[in-house]
Design a protein around this ligand. Sequence first.
Ligand code: BJ8
Length: 384
Amino acid sequence: MLNLPENFQSYSEARQQGFMRMKELKEKGKKVVGVFCTYTPSELVLAAGAVPVGLCGVSDEPIPYAEKSLPKNLCPLIKSSYGSAASDTCPYFYFSDMILAESTCDGKKKMYEMMHELKYTHVMQLPPGRSGEMALASWHNEMLRLKEVLEEQLGTVITDEDIKEAIRLKNRERKAMLDFFEIGKLKPSPLSGYEISTIIDTNSFLFDTEEKIALLNERTAQLKEDYARNFAGRPSRPRILITGCPSGGVREKIIRQIEESGADIVGFENCCGPRAQIDMVDDSLDPYWALAEKYLRVNCSVMSPNPGRIEALEEMLSDYQVDGVIEIVLQACHTFAIESDRVKKFLTTEKNIPYLYLETDYSQTDTGQISTRISAFLEILQGY
Ligand code: BJ8
C-alpha cells in the first residue's frame, strides 16, 4: 500500500478541480499562458500578470486523434499534447490566451508549428548546447523577445521590478518543492514516488503560488512527523531513483507498479524531480540575464553535450542512498534513448549500481512485460 495523505487527490481529480478554478479566473479577466516544458521562464509570465498553466500531455486518450495528422512512431508526450489541444479535450489549452513553447526536441518543435495553427504559439529558440558565450547571449536575447511577445499578446507592460518580484516568488516556491523532495532522502522514505510525481504534476493546476507553497510546506511538515513516529529505525525497501523522460504519462503503469512490487521510489532525476528547482534565480542580477543563466542550466538530453545530468545523477545517488536506477524512455525519444548508453555505463561501470532501461509509450499493451521486468530487477536488487 502506498503511503498517501488522507486528502490525496489523483491526477484526474486535481485536473478537474483546477479546471473550475481556471474558469473562475478567466471570468475575472485573468490572462492565461499554456506551457509545456521545464525550460519555460514562468517568471516572465507571472510578471506579465498572467497565470502559467501546464498543458495536458499525459493521457493516451487523445493519441488516436493526434495520429490523424502526426506520425504514429512519435513520442507519446508530443502526440498526447497535440491531440488534447486539437481535439479540444484540454480545458487549459482552451482557456489559454497564448501558448509558450521552446525549440527542445525535433518532434516538439515541428508539432508546435501545427499547434500554432490552432492557437498563437510562441516558440523560444533554445540553443542546442550551453558552451560558449553565444549560447547564453542568444538565450538572453530570447528572454527579451519573450517580454515583447507577452506585452503584445497580453496587452500589458512588464517592468524589471515585476520580474524581480516574480523571481522572488518562484524562488520561494522552488525552496518549498526542494524541501518536499528532501523527504525522499529519509531512510526508509515516508513519501511514495507516486505521491511525488502526482503532486508535482498537479501543482500546475493550482494557480495561486502562495497557496502552492503553503500546501507543500504543510505536507512536508506532516511527512517529517510521520517519519519520526512511524518510520524511523524501520528496515528500508530497495530505494529506486527514476531517470529519463518525464514520467507523468506512465505514472500508473510504471511508477505505481514499482512501488507495489516492493520498492520505494525515493527521487526523480527527470523533469518531475528537483532538476528544475535545484538552483535559484539570482535576484541581484539583471533579471533577463539571471533568467537566461538559470534556464540554460536545465539538464535535459536535448542539450549537447549534457554533462550536468551525470553530475546530478551522481549527487542524487549518494544523497538519496539509491540502490538501483530505472530509466524510463518514451517511444521515439532519441535524445534520452541515445544518452541512456552514457547513463548506463556511468551507473554500472563507475558506480556499480544496478540499472534497468524501460522504453515504453502511454498504451497498456506492454503492462505485463514491464511488470515482469520490474519484478526481475527488484529480485536482483534484493540479492545485491
Ligand atoms: S526539459 S525532458 S520537459 S524537453 S517531447 S524530449 S520525451 S521526444 S519532454 Fe522534456 Fe523540457 Fe527536456 Fe523536461 Fe523526448 Fe518526447 Fe521530446 Fe520530451
